[in-house]
Design a protein around this ligand. Structure first.
Ligand SMILES: Cc1ncc(COP(=O)(O)O)c(C=O)c1O
Length: 391
């Protein structure tokens, strides 16, 4: 690692992961310097090279998510973009959508926009005290005609893992499309979209999947692709004689030039994850760190740590408040005095804070571990918070 950055303790992996595997930087640099060709737009050798890399990225992503085919993976520019493709693509005027109070603004805001534009109705299902969706309330919410259920796989505020298999089964029994926001779970938790029985799954490429910023993806179950309209239309490098958007996956949803440098980097990141033994290995590492973080922080005087107490029920996202301290102030001291990067505030999920009771009090201080976080980083963070609160 760059010597200037060696002292940096980065605990904001829920926003975007850092650092990336060295192979990611190398792949982006190599592509930018030596290739630079657009994907799907020509027949030169370099165009062939970028096509091969992006095809391989799609294959790796499909493998990581248990998708039935590479074509069921659609690339977008971040998790928000993938969620917008799904929400705008599925919903029609007057539809009813069931979601949860935990959702990120990347779900809440498209839904609010669609409510204004075309009168969709939205039901927000509550969560229990540890931030896990109430399945009985979900069952009740699904009693009337419903077009879509959209649920986060893991809360970006508390790390609480949601029962996606059960949620998808309830949706399937009722013929309701199930969309999962996997921004906080992809690369952190093993995911098999076919086993889970989900129709659509959106995630960032730059968080747990360890790719560069500007990458995201949407899994579309091939059997429901007809029910999803294209979100943006334009050149795809295929069926160029027609003024209609192609129907075939993934071109239906991929118009305009790809973020080729980003996807080449994502390909290298997914290869690195495979080489490390896959997501289960990363999960084991992150769970160990999360356990240490939870234990260390819970012992501090006046600290309140949110979410399920069991590390098995959560990802590596830990939110806390400390009596008498403003979360923003804590984050600023950690950064300025200790070189520890965290995040404070509402984390774009106001409903989650309303449920935790932290909406009016500045939200929480959030620490989120990642593939490159070490036990020393966690120990330093706990010790720094202890020093601040006991000063
Ligand atoms: C739960 C959740 N959903 C969606 C997103 C949006 O992802 P992106 O930043 O890739 O647009 C985030 C980002 O923090 C998130 O935490």
């Amino acid at each position: 690692m760059d010597a200037a950055l060696a002292g940096r303790i980065y605990l904001d992996n829920a926003a975007t992961s850092w650092p990336k595997p060295a192979a990611v930087y190398e792949a982006v640099d190599r592509y930018q310097r030596n290739c630079g060709a657009a994907h799907g737009r020509g027949a030169t050798r370099q165009a062939g090279e970028v096509r091969r890399l992006i095809d391989r990225c799609r294959e790796r992503a499909a493998r990581l998510l248990g998708a039935p085919s590479a074509d069921s993976i659609v690339f977008g520019f971040n998790g928000t973009d993938a969620l917008n493709m799904a929400l705008h693509g599925v919903l029609r005027p007057g539809d009813h959508v069931v979601t949860t109070v935990l959702e990120h603004n990347s779900v809440l805001r498209p839904l609010a926009e669609l409510r204004e534009r075309m009168g969709i109705a939205v039901t927000h299902v509550p969560v229990d005290a540890s931030g896990v969706l109430d399945l009985d309330a979900l069952r009740r919410a699904l009693e009337g005609p419903t077009a879509l259920v959209v649920v986060t796989h893991a809360s970006n505020v508390t790390g609480a893992i949601q029962p996606i298999g059960e949620i998808a089964a309830l949706a399937r029994e009722r013929g309701v499309v199930c969309l999962v926001d996997a921004a906080q779970s992809a690369g952190h938790l093993p995911i098999d979209v076919q086993q889970l029985g989900v129709d659509l799954l959106a995630c960032s490429g730059h968080k747990g999947l360890l790719g560069p910023l500007g990458t995201g993806l949407l899994y579309v179950r091939p059997e429901i692709a007809d029910r999803v309209r294209s979100f943006r239309q334009g050149g795809t490098g295929s069926r160029s004689e027609s003024d209609r958007q192609p129907d075939a996956l993934p071109d239906k949803f991929e118009s305009g030039n790809h973020n080729a440098p980003g996807l080449v980097g994502l390909e290298a990141a997914l290869a690195w994850i495979e080489d490390q033994g896959g997501v289960p290995r990363l999960r084991a590492h992150e769970q160990q760190l999360t356990t240490a973080l939870l234990t260390g922080l819970s012992e501090l005087a006046g600290a309140r740590v949110y979410g399920p107490p069991e590390p098995a029920q959560r990802t590596g996202v830990v939110s806390l408040t400390i009596d008498g301290f403003d979360p923003q102030e804590l984050a600023a001291i950690l950064d300025e005095n200790f070189g520890i990067e965290t995040r404070a505030g509402l984390h774009c999920a106001p409903g989650a804070h309303a449920a935790l009771g932290t909406l009016e009090t500045g939200g929480t201080l959030r620490m989120s571990v990642g593939a490159f976080t070490t036990a020393e980083h966690v120990a330093a963070a706990v010790s720094a918070v202890r020093e601040i609160v006991s000063a």
